[in-house]
Design a protein around this ligand. Structure first.
Ligand code: NAP
Length: 191
């Protein structure tokens, strides 16, 4: 697949590396001119292509939002229509809003096929994935399947937990947030 990772900070390059290792074509974007991140990406995720957000998303089969939550409002919703979008973001502080991030992402990026996952594992613990269980929440079943296949392909054990509302159960404050849990423990926590 063509994967666009938005965010070249802590977590974006890790996801980019995992996707590259699984044979995907990866573009990565920060907030500015892609030339600004060329050297860091060559070092952190060699093989990933630095691009602008607009260009990376336009070509992508799957987009990963790995940017700070407070920057989400800077994204142009029109770019994401029809795209499978993985929301890996977290609210900080946790109780910032009654809705989960992904419900808000879906409300703003109308037409995007939003799936929440990857948010509840610290970037230091993503590599190697080691079959770690990852909750996957989404209202679009086909998009959840695409994302689950992507996660399995890069080395995680994707565990569907329900619709986007269930994504709240993966957020800061949840017993599974930042904690290595098995598939059955994850399923038990979110039931
Ligand atoms: N850190 C973790 O362990 C971890 C794990 C799971 C999930 N998360 C979540 O992932 C998100 C990113 O966390 P992080 O720790 O990687 O943050 P970070 O180190 O602060 O990096 C943020 C990155 O997002 C980029 N960015 C900001 N606005 C953007 C835009 N409009 N388009 C493209 N890129 C943009 C920044 O680029 P500029 O420098 O150019 O602004 C920067 O490269 C957060 O929502 C966090 O809650 C983090």
């Amino acid at each position: 697949m063509k994967v666009a990772v938005l965010g070249a900070g802590h977590v974006g390059p890790v996801i980019a590396r995992l996707a590259l290792a699984a044979g995907h074509e990866v573009a990565i974007a920060a907030s500015g001119d892609p030339a600004r991140i060329e050297m860091i990406i060559e070092f952190l995720a060699p093989g990933a292509r630095p691009r602008s957000t607009t260009d990376a998303v336009a070509d992508a089969d799957l987009v990963v939002l790995a940017i700070p939550w407070h920057r989400f409002a800077t994204l142009d919703p029109a770019l994401f229509a029809g795209k499978v979008v993985v929301d890996a973001m977290n609210h900080w502080p946790p109780a910032e809003a009654p809705l989960g991030t992904s419900e808000q992402v879906a409300a703003r990026l109308r037409g995007a096929r939003v799936v929440k996952t990857l948010n509840h594992v610290a970037y230091q613990d993503m590599e190697p994935p080691g079959g770690r269980a990852l909750g996957v929440a989404g209202d679009d079943r086909a998009a959840v399947e695409v994302v689950a296949a992507f996660l399995a392909g890069i080395g995680f054990d994707p565990v569907p937990v329900g619709g986007l509302v269930a994504g709240r159960l993966l957020e800061p404050g949840s017993p599974v947030f930042g904690v290595a849990v098995s598939r059955s423990e994850l399923e038990g926590e979110v039931q």
